[in-house]
Design a protein around this ligand. Structure first.
Ligand code: SF4
Length: 99
């Protein structure tokens, strides 16, 4: 199964998905079913994939614009995106979470 980020056909205007680093990744990494240590490891793995993704900026921009409620998009999880929208620096959020 492919990650949700690539579920659409690679045609305009969202053809950036065709270049997504998560195209062949396990969807559970980006959308863990439940909270806990396993989910934390999955999200960390997803963020490592995003770190090397050539379309990270457009992916994050779309997720923030569309107010994606769940999952890792553009290297940020839903809590980090909410913080971004609220004007809280992600670095401050990570510091507060002890990361
Ligand atoms: S930034 Fe992450 S979630 Fe977005 S397309 Fe790339 S790998 Fe997938």
């Amino acid at each position: 199964m492919k990650a949700r980020h690539t579920s659409e056909t690679p045609t305009a205007p969202r053809d950036w998905r065709a270049r997504a680093a998560c195209r062949e990744a396990e969807p559970d990494l980006f959308f863990p079913d439940e909270a806990g240590h396993r989910a934390t490891r999955q999200v960390e793995a997803a963020k490592r994939i995003c770190a090397g993704c050539e379309v990270r900026v457009v992916c994050l921009d779309e997720a923030v614009t569309d107010r994606e409620p769940y999952g890792v998009w553009g290297g940020l999880d839903e809590f980090e995106r909410q913080a971004l929208l609220a004007g809280i620096a992600v670095a401050d959020l990570s510091k507060a979470a002890g990361q």
